[in-house]
Write a protein that binds this ligand. Structure first.
Ligand SMILES: Cc1cc2nc3c(=O)[nH]c(=O)nc-3n(C[C@H](O)[C@H](O)[C@H](O)COP(=O)(O)OP(=O)(O)OC[C@H]3O[C@@H](n4cnc5c(N)ncnc54)[C@H](O)[C@@H]3O)c2cc1C
Length: 456
């Protein structure tokens, strides 16, 4: 143990006396498990991990970290691809054990603590036939997803997750717990609807819910790679004209046989029978290797991709928004995708637009509302020896597509990419975010995030 740790250990022990939750330090059993996040390529060694079980634990830890000049990382689902929810030497404030949820089916509102995963949230709301927009991997945390914007199958119909946020309880950098909404601390509430972890630690969220499911109609087709050009063009035409009820995602994948292929999956947000006509063109196009059209439980749809993204594998991606998929973009994609060093690599198109695009971009920090697709190469591999090749491939594919992008990016799909890219996520809202940061976090205490630097 080095001198610094010896000096700090008694101080950390004092923090422990004030906590309801658990604190894990480097010499404790379970430390190596506790410092892991979803991305297995992230390997950081915090001085302490505080598993909060109540907002009071969050307040105590924030005050302690400020008083002892410690860096903090804030972790809920642990899904940040760059590992910003864990740090070297500092304190991880972990909310993953705060999982209470109350659903009010009459007013269609859910009050959810920040440690819930999407799957846990969806399960609780679906018990009442309700849901709100959440992402496509059930293991992701509601906290990081909501605070960065949040899109998924319901986004085109009901808007971003942050558009469905009614209120949030947040611990600010000065250790106060504030209830925020459109009428209470409205400026801060605005910042929480897309501005990420810049302004405080959210302990609970209140969401507007909608009647969804229990079954939705899903159409899925798989096209051979040598038909991919035509299939991507079809995907573009089909998705850009789609009604808000349709959510159409697509991706280049490699099958277990080693063959490359292009998959399109569309989900109809409404009564399954009403979706048949809307999905018919998808099933009729080309000569897919496989196709299916069937009603599926919403909960199953929301976890259908889970096997693609298990915890512990190594991941890297670089994202950008597109307004259209031009021939140039298709050429670039088809040239670089096959160079992927790992058979698990994907090129993803996640459709946005619809209701998301009808909200004025000044309504919340999330600025890129006119985009139609979030497009990103997603590298997945297992050996550290392959890090460079996989990261390089993803960067090459991103660069090849970038001339055709809007220049914008989704804050939640940013890695550790620097200030210009954070500005690209927030566009014209950036200046307002800086003003908010000056007010609520002038010392940049919360800086392990897509950081908006204060100027105060
Ligand atoms: C496999 C996979 C699939 C995904 N699919 C989608 C998708 O369909 N739609 C979509 O919109 N996004 C998607 N994402 C991106 C996802 O929204 C972000 O990674 C998000 O940050 C994850 O939230 P988390 O709580 O799990 O993350 P964490 O890693 O725990 O946190 C990420 C960051 O959020 C902030 N943060 C976390 N908790 C709090 C809190 N309680 N208070 C304040 N700040 C906090 C911190 O700055 C932290 O660094 C996906 C990510 C993965 C890995």
């Amino acid at each position: 143990m080095d001198a610094k740790r010896q000096t700090d250990a008694p101080a950390i022990d004092r923090l422990l006396q004030h906590l309801r939750g658990k604190l894990v330090q480097p010499l404790d059993t379970g430390y190596d498990e506790a410092r892991k996040v979803w991305n297995g390529a992230v390997d950081k060694r915090p001085a302490a991990i505080v598993y909060c079980t109540h907002a009071d634990d969050v307040i105590e830890t924030v005050r302690f970290a400020r008083a002892t000049n410690r860096q903090v990382a804030v972790r809920s689902g642990g899904h940040n691809v760059a590992g910003l929810s864990v740090c070297d030497d500092g304190i991880v404030i972990d909310l993953s054990r705060m999982k209470a949820i109350e659903v009010d089916p009459v007013h269609r509102v859910a009050r959810a603590e920040a440690g819930l995963s999407l799957g846990e949230f969806d399960t609780a709301t679906q018990a009442h036939g309700l849901a709100t927009t959440m992402g496509v991997n059930s293991d992701t945390g509601i906290a990081g997803l909501t605070l960065g914007g949040g899109f998924g199958k319901l986004g085109r119909k009901y808007g971003l997750t942050c558009d469905n946020l009614i209120a949030a309880d947040v611990v600010t950098a000065d250790g106060r717990l504030l209830h925020t909404s459109a009428s209470e601390h409205a400026d801060l509430f605005w910042g929480l609807r897309g501005g990420g972890g810049n302004f405080g630690i959210v302990t609970a969220f209140e969401y507007q819910l909608h009647a969804v499911g229990p079954n939705l109609l899903v159409g899925s087709v798989l096209h051979r790679y040598d038909h991919a050009r035509g299939a991507i063009k079809f995907f573009h035409e089909f998705s850009r004209r789609a009604a808000d009820e349709l959510s159409v995602d697509a991706g280049l994948i490699t099958l277990p046989t080693g063959e490359r292929a292009f998959n399109i999956t569309a989900c109809y947000i409404g009564h399954p029978e009403a979706g048949r006509d809307a999905l018919e063109p998808l099933l009729k196009f080309g000569s897919p290797i496989e196709s299916s059209l069937e009603p599926r439980p919403y909960l199953q749809i929301q976890s259908a991709g889970d096997t693609l993204f298990p915890r512990g594998r190594r991941y890297y991606w670089k994202a950008q928004f597109l307004r259209e998929i031009s021939d140039g973009a298709i050429d670039a994609i088809l040239e670089v995708y096959p160079k992927a060093p790992s058979p698990s690599a994907l090129l993803v198109f996640q459709q946005v637009g619809g209701a998301i695009a009808r909200v004025p971009s000044s309504e919340s920090p999330y600025a890129n509302r006119d985009a139609l697709y979030d497009c990103f190469p997603l590298a997945v591999w297992d050996s550290p020896a392959d890090d460079q090749a996989n990261i390089q491939w993803a960067r090459e594919l991103w660069s090849a597509v970038s001339p055709y992008s809007t220049g914008g990016v989704y804050a939640n799909n940013l890695g550790d990419e620097g200030e210009d890219r954070v500005r690209a996520a927030y566009g014209e809202n950036y200046a307002r975010l800086v003003a908010l940061k000056n007010k609520y976090d002038p010392t940049n205490f919360f800086r392990l995030n897509q950081n908006v630097r204060p100027t105060a």
